[in-house]
Design a protein around this ligand. Structure first.
Ligand code: ADP
Length: 326
């Protein structure tokens, strides 16, 4: 493997607040180390079509506080095919890009892993997703901001819920991961969280009702992780309406509001640290790794490990919700 003189940088999959802070950190660290930075627009799609611009330090000025991603993002089915990946490789050769930094979620990292092994090409991944569902890192870029958005929304819903004695099911994002629902419930003082990780083991609604979760309350809020496994907030609201008609039930689906907004201090710092470390790792000769955070220390996790494993939910968190909601 020769010296890395030029890096390519892209964001892919679902956008997350803090991606811009990561773009800034990667760009500036690379330039600091006298590398060239080529910014690739629209994720793997732009890699295939060659939508590429060289970035200087000014290109990333004044973006640390912006949500979304200035590089745009896209989903690209073509990259899932060998032909698509060959076109992507041709672009990298043509543009003389020696290594790639990709920022995205599980799908993005899966694509990176396949591409890296197919072409023996150096890639470093950064975890950018609000879902926090990436193994090997305590937190992902965007998760903390999304949690803050959720608690702000739930606080507001609580005002109206308690005025009317209502039971609210609030659906949050997570794509088969309960981190936002569970920690969102703890942080907002919700009475319960329904998460996919335990959806097949117990009837979480039955559990709640049996434990008399509204006994001492005149309003209740349950956060539900969006997922085919849980069935989502509507599913639980319909069940309650049918099985417990005495409850006045409402549903709120928070939706894309959770993706937007200015990143929190935590996400800006995380993105800056991970972005800086990604370039240092490449210079160190490391490749095909995810850069994450573990116990406040930067860690490198091989793609194989980060992708194969599901990130576990700490069951104690569920206990905290339960105890604190009496
Ligand atoms: P996220 O990165 O947020 O999990 P997606 O799952 O949509 O988002 O993945 C983003 C992109 O990564 C996809 O549009 C595709 O281009 C690429 N990707 C995902 N899975 C694969 C795969 N198995 N093989 C190749 N590329 C993939």
């Amino acid at each position: 493997m020769g010296e890395i003189k030029t890096i390519g940088l892209l964001t892919s999959g679902g956008d997350a607040p803090g991606m811009n802070a990561a773009i800034r950190a990667v760009t500036r660290t690379a330039i600091y180390h006298e590398m060239k930075v080529k910014a690739i627009y629209r994720g793997y799609k732009g890699l295939i079509t060659g939508e590429i611009v060289e970035f200087k330090t000014q290109n990333v000025s004044n973006i640390i506080q912006q949500g979304g991603t200035i590089l745009k993002t896209a989903r690209c089915d073509e990259f899932k095919t060998a032909e698509g990946r060959k076109m992507a490789y041709d672009t990298l050769v043509r543009e003389e890009i020696d290594a790639l930094i990709v920022i995205g979620g599980d799908g993005t990292l899966t694509g990176a892993r396949i591409f890296a092994s197919e072409y023996d090409y150096p890639i470093v991944g950064l975890p950018g997703t609000i879902d926090n569902d990436i193994y090997g890192t305590d937190s992902t870029i965007g998760y903390d901001t999304a949690l803050n958005t959720i608690i702000e929304a739930v606080d507001k819903i609580r005002d109206t819920a308690s005025s009317h004695d209502r039971l609210f099911f609030i659906e949050v994002m997570g794509r088969d991961a309960g981190f936002l629902a569970l920690n969102g419930a703890i942080a907002s003082g919700a009475e319960a969280a329904i998460i996919p990780e335990i959806a097949t083991e117990v009837d979480q609604l039955e559990d709640l009702i049996k434990n008399g979760f509204r006994k001492t309350k005149n309003s209740s809020i349950v956060l539900v992780a969006e997922s085919e496994i849980t069935g989502g907030a509507m599913h639980y609201a319909d069940r309650v309406k049918k099985e417990y008609p005495e409850y006045d039930v409402r549903v709120v689906i928070l939706g894309h509001i959770q993706r937007g907004g200015s990143p929190s201090a935590y996400d800006r710092i995380l993105a800056s640290r991970l972005g800086e470390a990604s370039i240092e790792a490449l210079l160190d000769g490391q490749r095909n790794i995810l850069i994450g955070i573990d116990d406040d220390r930067i860690v490198a996790v091989p793609f194989s490990k980060a992708i194969k494993n599901d990130k576990p939910i700490d069951p104690d968190l569920m206990k905290v919700v339960k105890i604190l909601s009496i």
